[in-house]
Design a protein around this ligand. Sequence first.
Ligand SMILES: Cc1cc2nc3c(=O)[nH]c(=O)nc-3n(C[C@H](O)[C@H](O)[C@H](O)COP(=O)(O)OP(=O)(O)OC[C@H]3O[C@@H](n4cnc5c(N)ncnc54)[C@H](O)[C@@H]3O)c2cc1C
Length: 201
Amino acid sequence: MIDRLNIAIVGAGIGGLSAALALRARGMNVTVFEEAQSPREAGAGISIPPNAAILLKRAGLCEAIEKITTRSQGLTLRTSRGEPVPRPSATPTVPSYQIHRVEFLEMLLGAWAGTVRFGHRCVAVNDVGSGARLTFADGAVCDADVVIGADGIHSIVRREIGLTASPTSEGIVAYRGLVQTPKTVVGRRLARLEHVDGRRS
Ligand SMILES: Cc1cc2nc3c(=O)[nH]c(=O)nc-3n(C[C@H](O)[C@H](O)[C@H](O)COP(=O)(O)OP(=O)(O)OC[C@H]3O[C@@H](n4cnc5c(N)ncnc54)[C@H](O)[C@@H]3O)c2cc1C
């Protein structure tokens, strides 16, 4: 049994950095490889539901999150006609958050403060008996006890371990946007998010 595994994570997105922080909290030696030359995240907000908040709390990140977001008062799902979709009424004991993606990634990077090797595009993963070898586009290689593929929907790591299924579209379209927090305040200083189901029925 190896106490301190050398773990290589491919992809410095939200998934890769969250995994890096969680593994380091367990005493693992982690290096993250990212194909972009610098951090990148686009888009709008992201919901952090209670199950994800529990994991981030375990990695010691709740205080950092609360500095850049507000706790969510709740989530209401509505049909295209505006009718609320009934949900179980249990009050969550763990908070959930709405957070800007760029700020979330910056917070994860700041908390990580470990090695992220930018400009490393993984092109191959090979079994070398004692572990795995990553090969990068510039010819560099890295051996690790464990490799984690967090390289997104078109994952090279997934392809390299023989999982060839392609993502399939469900035909669902999402519109993303940002609303200033003061405009979402309902009475108290807490944001409430509403998801509207835009499918025609
Ligand atoms: C409209 C929309 C709304 C969503 N809302 C939510 C939400 O509210 N809550 C929630 O939890 N999830 C939400 N999701 C899902 C969530 O956004 C994704 O699951 C998450 O962003 C995926 O993160 P990731 O780090 O796994 O992948 P990515 O963000 O895709 O990151 C992959 C990283 O790997 C790098 N990379 C790729 N290939 C290589 C390579 N060969 N070598 C090295 N690096 C590589 C990329 O440059 C990138 O930095 C939403 C998704 C969509 C589309």
